[in-house]
Design a protein around this ligand. Structure first.
Ligand SMILES: [Zn+2]
Length: 197
């Protein structure tokens, strides 16, 4: 931790362009990532049961047996009537509180769906060390689909997203959720429902 802190301090004095991308762990999915994704999927299922778009997120620290969840959440936008009630944003806030530091350089964020612009912005601002996500979101994704915000060299924190972990499970949850909602015929939003992520 002290080494990471010193690196951060030193990094502040350097020109932005001279800073290397932030790498604070494996750049491929680990067994721990997959285990955490199972937990995120469980949270996503809980969200669906409450009428929320099924997206779940976990922020964890450490590897293997040492891995510890610092924050976890699912979408809460509908129930809280909160436009920023996205799983990854909430998990980041909880993790920072738990850690006692808004900098999450040593943490990994695992989320079932590709983050949107708002959440990708929060990931960069929180200096999250690693990002692992499941399915892509072709209509709103901001780390691989529409934008590659986490790899933008103009920003002073960068990370390379790791994608596709249990992606099919995540996609199927979303498909089932919107299928059920359409069959209920309650919203009349049909195919644009996905934009409510
Ligand atoms: Zn989001």
């Amino acid at each position: 931790m002290i080494v990471a802190w010193c690196k951060r301090l030193l990094g502040r004095g350097e020109a932005r362009s001279a800073e290397p991308p932030s790498l604070s762990g494996p750049v491929q999915a680990t067994a721990t990532d997959r285990r955490m994704m199972q937990r995120a999927l469980e949270l996503a299922r809980q969200a669906a049961e409450k009428g929320e778009v099924p997206v779940g997120a976990v922020v964890y620290l450490g590897e293997s047996e040492e891995a510890r969840i610092l924050g976890e959440a699912h979408n809460t936008r509908e129930n809280e009537r909160d436009p920023v009630g996205h799983a990854e944003l909430l998990a980041i806030q909880l993790a920072a509180r738990e850690l006692g530091d808004w900098r999450l350089n040593d943490c990994t964020l695992v989320v079932t769906l590709e983050p949107c612009l708002m959440c990708a912005g929060a990931i960069v601002n929180a200096r999250v060390g690693r990002l692992v996500f499941g399915a892509r979101d072709p209509k709103a994704g901001a780390v691989a689909s529409l934008y590659r915000l986490c790899e933008d060299e103009r920003l002073n924190h960068r990370l390379t997203p790791i994608e596709g972990v249990l992606a099919e499970e995540s996609s199927e949850l979303l498909r089932a959720f919107f299928r059920a909602r359409r069959s209920q015929g309650a919203t009349g939003q049909s195919t644009s429902d996905a934009r409510r992520l």
